[in-house]
Design a protein around this ligand. Structure first.
Ligand code: MG
Length: 356
């Protein structure tokens, strides 16, 4: 029998975890050596504890671990003490009243509230999101900027482990080097592996068009965020100029940005990261809006620990319009020296992640 619970206390914990190997992204994002998730525990009067996480990466995110900790401790936390965490829409309404934006801080609370809801009714959260559409999702793997030979070696290593989707990070080296990397990786892995390219805002419009034309024969599923996040007209222009589909990541945090991307016919794919949208509730709204306009979603991740990855997985297994034949970004804890949860145990030997 369920009962009403009330939030009593929120603990905020700043964690720093080293990556196994430095991860070279684009000119804009540089090289990452460690992740700094903020973990929260929401304590309730009935003894249920909800666990949340959020994952910052400046300047991908405006927020930093320090701002998130401060916003949670001084604004969001005090505002929701005493509230019923199962009233998730009301929790969001209160959070939006006290601070604008700060989606990643709000996401930590959203994830913890869904965790409480699931624990209170003894159900996996995916049932509360509409239920299971698939019991497992194949993983993708991501190749940081490196030499073509090193990228090809890593691609083959992960292909041998069962990976069928590879994301190649571009936009930090020269255009010629990036074109060569795509060519060499495609040649190494053969035709039956999906290739995605992510420039993390590292190019201008002319560079993307030149790149798109040069790699058109290598069967790229989509190019993610080739130009700066604010350049929606640029994304539209690129989409009209090349045959490779385009995805928005840094340009897509809010449902209002989703609406603009749709109105401007700017992209084919939405890159979904549960924490950048403000948590499960708001990510689900964006996914449903995308579905109404026949836009597919790629389940992506920041550098995440198992709490965020699990939340994203609950969303992924209950979402109609994910790119069904592809691997998705549920591999993030494999990059970290430590997984502070048991999420990694859900990853199967054939590199798919199980929903339960
Ligand atoms: Mg991206």
């Amino acid at each position: 029998m369920w009962c009403i619970v009330r939030i009593q206390e929120i603990e905020v914990i700043h964690v720093k975890v080293l990556l196994k190997k430095a991860y070279k992204l684009s000119k804009v994002l540089g090289t990452i050596k460690y992740a700094e998730p903020i973990i929260i525990r929401i304590h309730t009067d009935k003894g249920i504890i909800g666990i949340g996480e959020t994952d910052l990466l400046a300047p991908f995110t405006e927020e930093t671990p320090e701002t998130v900790k401060s916003v949670l401790e001084n604004y969001l936390g005090p505002r929701i003490i005493g509230m019923n965490p199962m009233n998730i829409v009301r929790i969001h309404k209160e959070m939006d009243k006290i601070v604008k934006g700060n989606y990643l801080a709000k996401a930590a609370v959203d994830l913890a509230c869904y965790d409480i809801l699931g624990k209170a009714v003894s159900l996996p959260v995916y049932y509360l999101l509409g239920g299971l559409l698939r019991e497992e999702i194949p993983l993708a793997w991501s190749l940081g900027a490196d030499t073509p030979e090193n990228n090809a070696r890593e691609a083959l290593e992960y292909k041998a482990r069962g990976i069928k989707t590879l994301m190649i990070k571009v936009g930090s080296l020269s255009l010629e080097e990036d074109i060569e990397r795509v060519k060499v990786v495609r040649k190494a892995v053969g035709k039956d592996v999906h290739l995605i390219v992510d420039a993390n805002q590292g190019w201008d419009i002319a560079e993307v068009i030149q790149f798109g034309k040069a790699v058109s024969k290598y069967n790229i599923d989509f190019i993610e965020q080739p130009v700066p996040y604010w350049d929606i007209e640029g994304l539209s222009k690129i989409r009209r100029s090349i045959s490779i589909p385009i995805s928005a990541d840094e340009s897509l945090f809010t449902i209002h940005e989703a609406r603009t991307l749709i109105k401007k016919s700017a992209v084919d794919v939405f890159s979904i990261k549960v924490v950048k949208h403000g948590g499960i509730y708001k990510a689900k709204q964006i996914i449903e809006l995308a579905n109404a306009f026949n836009i597919k979603c790629w389940m992506n991740s920041m550098i995440e620990e198992g709490i965020t990855q699990a939340a994203s997985l609950h969303l992924g297994v209950s979402t109609l319009n994910i790119l069904e034949s592809m691997g998705h970004a549920y591999f993030s804890p494999l990059r970290l020296k430590e997984d502070i949860t048991d999420y990694s145990e859900q990853i199967q030997p054939q590199m798919a992640v199980k929903a339960f």
